[in-house]
Design a binder for this molecule. Structure first.
Ligand code: BG6
Length: 255
């Protein structure tokens, strides 16, 4: 019955914030899965909000994915009035190039006339490789920047879609299915209660880093992500700003 009174976007935003118990939700009209324009709107809305939080020097960590690619597309040179450095949040080589965080960082830097760094580390590494990678000076340099990021922008995906998009082993895939994972964000898989049920071992941002990042933006929309967004937001640090679309918002509010 809550839906009867709600039609405007600010009302939808307020209702979603209180339902999800997060500090801010930004809602754009439409369905970002159905329309590329709406997906760009997610990007623009996210960037508008970030703009108001920029300091004199900023390190912006970003994940990969098609939504982050839309954020990159929406960037313009006037965004780079401040000192900006884009870094990939985690190692992510293995998925197709255009959706990798490295590629997206490069594009963001190019479009905003800012700087970026890349992390040439696979999406998933063994413990042994992980331990030697983090000793590598060139990698340590980027990791240091990631750990001092003041802004993080990340996507949220459907668990199985993301597991298939990555080169997930059959064993891990079975685990993800068995544990009923529904959401994925920056390499962590969550069940519908927002509990972590699996994580991909790689270098870069780790869960304990989230609390220290002043501004976190989770950007995701589209009807097929409703379950994933609901689940992830149960886990999300309270200061996360969710940038989503009308379709997702109305569906979550309907319950
Ligand atoms: C990935 C992010 O690159 O993009 C994930 O690391 C997210 O956190 C995914 O789940 C979402 O992808 P897309 O293409 O749906 O935006």
């Amino acid at each position: 019955h809550i839906m009867r009174d709600i039609s405007g976007l600010p009302e939808l935003e307020d209702a979603l914030e209180s339902l999800l118990d997060v500090s801010q939700c930004i809602v754009v009209s439409g369905d970002s899965e159905e329309s590329a324009w709406v997906k760009s709107e997610l990007g623009r809305a996210c960037l508008n909000s970030i703009k108001s939080h920029l300091k004199d020097e900023n390190i912006i960590a970003v994940t990969g994915g098609t939504t982050m690619a839309a954020v990159a597309d929406a960037l313009t040179p006037d965004f780079g009035g401040k000192n900006l450095l884009f870094v990939p949040a985690r190692g992510g080589i293995g998925t197709d190039i255009k959706n990798q965080a490295n590629t997206i960082c490069e594009k963001m830097a190019e479009k905003s006339q800012a700087d970026h760094m890349v992390l040439y580390v696979p999406d998933q590494v063994s413990e042994e490789v992980y331990n030697s990678f983090i000793q590598e000076p060139s990698i340590r340099k980027v990791l240091g920047k990631i750990k001092s990021a003041n802004i993080l922008i990340h996507g949220i995906g459907d668990a199985l879609t993301m597991a298939k998009r990555r080169n997930t082993s059959e064993e891990d895939l079975q685990k993800i299915i068995q544990e009923k994972a529904v959401a994925e964000a920056f390499g962590y898989y969550f069940n519908e209660n927002g509990d972590i049920v699996h994580s991909v071992q790689t270098v870069g941002l780790q869960l304990e880093d989230l609390e220290k990042i002043s501004h976190i933006y989770a950007v995701a929309g589209g009807a097929t992500k409703v379950k994933a967004i609901k689940a992830y937001m149960k886990f999300a640090p309270k200061h996360t700003v969710l940038v989503t679309d009308e379709v997702v918002t109305k569906s979550i509010l309907k319950g």
